[in-house]
Design a protein around this ligand. Structure first.
Ligand code: SAH
Ligand code: SF4
Ligand code: F3S
Length: 441
């Protein structure tokens, strides 16, 4: 009987893309996926450590999953990803059930690590920095869930060092993937039927800066759009500082680039932005947004916000609300500030009590709720193009507009993977109820 693996992924889209690569590697080793951890021979947690909560979740999951060994003493428990990179052996001490551990730097070593663990050793391979042969990873097959939309990692790591953030520690320095390697993967994906390419990086807009002959990110957008069969292009996450005019022009100019942009601003107060070391001001951010809206009037914006950064006053927080009011984001992802070991902000004075964070978060969400309902209403009666991704229930299809809105409508499975025109009958913040009109492409 073939061996089975169970994988659970936490964190950001890049981590999900890493899991798709890990699954590709496991496939080459003869492992089959299972949704039931109790019958797995290998349980893998691909972890996140961006805030304290995900850390705790991982530990409680290991506590549960280790019971797998009662029935199957040869079963292995593996931990990968950012928590593994950050905590290393410390994590094994807290959770001795862990048999093997690696991080995004060395996923390609998974086959040898499994061998070592099967031979009875603790196979812990946490490197200080990405190894020379890291690029080997691109050669492995990737196993994806969504047949029409694919994540394509184009740059790893982050050089920004925002004072609250662990990512530069867990993902290392910025390393851009070569243009050739990216275009090869995109061509392969098109051949497999993928229509939407979602380019990923912690700082995707910094792509190409580290090449011997630097290339601008906008060039990558043009190159990907020229590949026959690429219907849509998305990219996440951009940094406001790197959102140069040429990128804004490319978004406006390239029909395949979707009318949606995720651009975290984190905080509205210039004093807090400086403490965060974000290297821009509220005014700079708003100027970039206005420029974008001029170039792409119907662009849908989303953002990340941190609430309760050390020393944040009510007055500082008002500036955050101010940006939310002015920009009118379609979606915001807001997080209570969480001190991360080893980051400068964790040692800053003026840590904010949880009740204050909760109270500010409540105000933010209330404001955002009103904005979202108002923005959603604007969709009613409009005609939208939707890439059909999935049959949700029999006869009920679901896909996204170019502005990244989930849309549902009645139709048959033959429409899967097609771009269709629909009319919006009813709009709420998280779903557009539509009527099918016609197939576009
Ligand atoms: N590279 C992206 C963000 C990656 S992390 C960027 O710079 O925009 C995703 C989000 O998690 C961040 O945008 C931030 O809002 C949040 N985050 C990061 N560190 C955090 C911390 N210590 N506490 C709370 N939220 C945090
Ligand atoms: Fe973290 Fe800042 Fe880098 Fe984003 S840009 S990953 S928030 S250090
Ligand atoms: Fe989390 Fe690592 Fe992504 S810390 S958000 S999984 S880069």
């Amino acid at each position: 009987m073939g061996k089975k693996y169970f994988i659970k992924t936490f964190g950001c889209q890049m981590n999900f893309n890493d899991s798709e690569r890990i699954r590709g590697i496991l496939r080459t080793l003869g492992y089959e996926p299972t949704d039931n951890w109790e019958e797995a021979d290998l349980i893998l947690l691909n972890t996140c450590t961006i805030r304290e909560k995900p850390d705790q979740k991982v530990l409680s999951h290991i506590g549960e999953y280790r019971k797998v060994k009662e029935k199957n003493p040869n079963a292995l428990i593996a931990v990968s990803g950012c928590l593994a990179q950050r905590a290393g052996w410390e994590l094994v001490q807290k959770a001795p059930a862990i048999d093997l551990m690696f991080s995004s730097f060395n996923m390609h070593q998974l086959p040898e690590l499994i061998n070592q663990a099967q031979a009875g050793y603790k196979a812990i391979a946490i490197l200080d920095a990405p190894p020379e042969d890291e690029d080997a990873l691109w050669e492995f097959p990737t196993e994806r869930d969504n047949p029409y939309c694919a994540y394509v990692t184009v740059i790893k790591g982050c050089d920004k060092n925002c004072t609250y953030c662990v990512v530069p520690r867990t993902r290392g320095r910025e390393r851009s993937r070569s243009l050739e390697s990216i275009l090869d993967e995109v061509k392969k994906l098109v051949d497999e039927g993928v229509r939407e390419m979602h380019l990923l990086g912690q700082n995707v807009t910094a792509w190409g800066k580290d090449f011997e002959n630097p290339l601008p990110f906008s060039e990558l957008l043009y190159q990907v759009s020229k590949i026959e069969g690429v219907e849509r292009i998305r990219f996440t996450t951009g940094h406001p500082r790197d959102l140069t005019d040429d990128i804004i022009e490319a978004i406006a100019d390239i029909p395949q680039v979707c009318n949606a942009l995720h651009l975290p601003f984190q905080a509205g107060s210039n004093r807090i932005l400086e403490l965060m070391d974000r290297k821009y001001t509220k005014e700079f951010y708003l100027e970039r947004i206005n420029r974008l809206k001029e170039a792409v009037p119907d662009i849908a914006l989303s953002t990340d916000i941190i609430v309760g950064f050390p020393s944040e006053t009510d007055e500082d927080f008002e500036h955050t609300l101010d940006v939310v009011r002015e920009v009118e984001f379609e979606q915001i992802f807001s997080f209570k500030y969480s001190p991360r070991p080893g980051t400068p902000a964790a040692d800053m004075g003026g840590q904010i009590p949880d009740e204050v964070k909760t109270e500010r978060m409540g105000r933010l969400l209330e404001l955002q709720k009103a904005i979202m309902s108002r923005l959603a209403k604007r969709y009613e009666g409009t005609v939208q193009e939707v890439l059909v991704e999935e049959e949700k229930q029999e006869g009920l299809l679901i896909g996204r507009t170019t502005t990244n809105k989930w849309s549902t409508f009645r139709g048959g499975r033959e429409l899967l993977g097609k771009v269709v025109r629909v009319k919006v009958a009813n709009a709420s913040p998280f779903n557009l109820e539509c009527e099918f009109m016609e197939v576009v492409r």
